[in-house]
Design a protein around this ligand. Structure first.
Ligand code: 5GP
Ligand code: ZN
Length: 275
């Protein structure tokens, strides 16, 4: 399994031990700090881990502070994150099986080291059971979407999720039709309404990010996926001779829709330099 892990200074020691324990068992662990026992602020690391987990579905998070409360509060503010503060292995198992939790929060002062390993073990050994729990988790997700939509209406920008006024968000949600040629959990490809070449596909992240300048480190995997998706579409479209991937950033470069997109162009000779 792939883990993003973080702590504040009070959780640093337990974090280091859990990293070794996980690595010994073959798990990939990305340590997002803190880097020592010097006093620091838990939200800086809670948000870092939570955003990374939200940006790469399938990845799990572990957050540790003195009692786990501050880290839980920070992580659960990030859309897509369901963080669970667990004091026992049974809580960890239920958080995975019933709540589809994706971030485990531990309180270093509340749980002895050996017990914390039992909690991580229980977390690893459990998977979401779906069934009646599916309906309940869906309600959590719906509550989150309502909050995001509310925030956007009020003119604030969410870091991910949907922007109600954005045409590409509407295409991603199905509210506006488009000829889709590629789709996975994070990325959508659809034909441009005014094609500038025989193949002209737009590749977008489903989450609303206005421009390439709004990208943050936690989007690295998403952007990699976006570019690889372009290659997959090009192959399907038979663009063996080559294709061009264009990303316009800002009005000066001709960006008209402020939701990141790459134009995939092919099927005709492509001059260089472009206009
Ligand atoms: P930009 O100029 O922002 O780089 O590119 C935006 C692209 O989105 C343009 O090529 C435009 O034709 C395309 N586009 C704008 N509105 C729609 C739409 O509603 N549906 C589709 N399929 N493409 C659109
Ligand atoms: Zn959007």
């Amino acid at each position: 399994m792939r883990f993003e892990i973080g702590s504040d200074h009070r959780g640093y020691e337990l974090k280091s031990r859990i990293i070794s324990w996980l690595a010994e068992r073959g798990h990939a662990v990305n340590d997002r700090g803190c880097d020592g026992v010097e006093s620091c602020d838990y939200p800086d690391f809670g948000f870092g881990v939570a955003r990374a987990v939200a940006a790469s579905p399938g990845t799990q998070g572990i957050l540790i502070c003195s009692n786990g409360i501050g880290m839980s509060m920070a992580a659960n503010k990030v859309p897509g994150v369901r963080a669970a503060l667990c004091l026992t292995p049974a809580m960890a198992s239920q958080a995975r099986r019933h709540n589809d939790a994706n971030v485990l929060v531990l309180g270093a002062d509340n749980v002895p080291y050996v017990e914390s390993l039992a909690i991580v073990s229980a977390w690893l050994g459990a998977a979401f059971e779906g069934g009646r729990h599916e309906r309940r988790v869906r309600k959590l997700v719906e509550g989150e979407s309502a909050r995001l939509a509310d925030a956007t209406t009020k003119g604030r920008r969410g870091d991910s999720g949907m922007n109600q006024d954005c045409i590409f968000c509407k295409i991603a949600s199905g509210a506006i039709p488009a000829e889709k040629v590629f789709e996975d959990d994070d990325v959508l490809g659809f034909r441009d309404i005014h094609p500038a070449a025989p193949t002209h596909v737009l590749l977008i992240p489903k989450a609303h990010i206005p421009t390439l300048n709004d990208l943050a480190p936690e989007h690295d995997r998403l952007l990699g996926r976006l570019v690889r998706a372009a290659g997959e579409v090009a192959a399907r479209e038979g663009l063996a001779a080559g294709y061009r991937l264009v990303g316009n950033c800002g009005r000066g470069a001709g960006q008209e829709v402020f939701h990141i997109h790459f134009h995939l162009l092919g099927g005709r000779p492509l001059d260089w330099p472009p206009g």
